[in-house]
Design a protein. Structure first.
Length: 149
């Protein structure tokens, strides 16, 4: 009798699983304030202080262009608020851009735009972040330059 009940339950469960539609992953798009990220204490702790950052159309000093670079940073968002996960992903992306600037001999990154899935989003004050149930991500593209001191 027990075997029959277990078999019936297994068949019922299999039928439910096979008949259900696949779950779609959450991918919520946010436009968040860069000023909030820069105000976070982790920003000063992780982003190189010797590098200046200029977003979209912000006026930037002229300098020697050392190349265009893309970052694509992800962070675990499980159990976190989306904005918290996005802040950490943005700090991580800015850290990577800053470290790349230093490695290339530069001291600034200009024309920074969000570049999620290679689609530019340009803003002087906002950045784009995508958050799901498990991962949040920020992608940036910018030009590393060396400007006079």
């Amino acid at each position: 009798m027990r075997k029959e009940i277990r078999l019936s339950l297994a068949i019922a469960a299999s039928t439910l699983v096979m008949g259900s539609e696949p779950a779609s992953a959450r991918d919520t798009r946010y436009e968040l304030k860069m000023a909030d990220v820069q105000a976070d204490p982790l920003y000063a702790e992780h982003v190189p202080a010797g590098v200046k950052f200029y977003f979209a159309d912000q006026a930037a000093p002229a300098g020697q262009n050392l190349g265009e670079f893309v970052t694509n940073r992800k962070t675990n968002s499980f159990g976190k608020q989306d904005e918290e996960a996005c802040t950490w992903a943005m700090i991580s992306a800015m850290k990577e851009l800053g470290e790349r600037a230093i490695a290339e001999g530069g001291n600034a990154v200009i024309n920074i735009v969000s570049y999620y899935k290679k689609k530019p989003f340009a803003s002087d004050t906002l950045y784009e972040c995508h958050a799901g149930a498990i991962v949040a991500g920020v992608a940036l593209k910018g030009e590393v330059v060396k400007v006079g001191q």
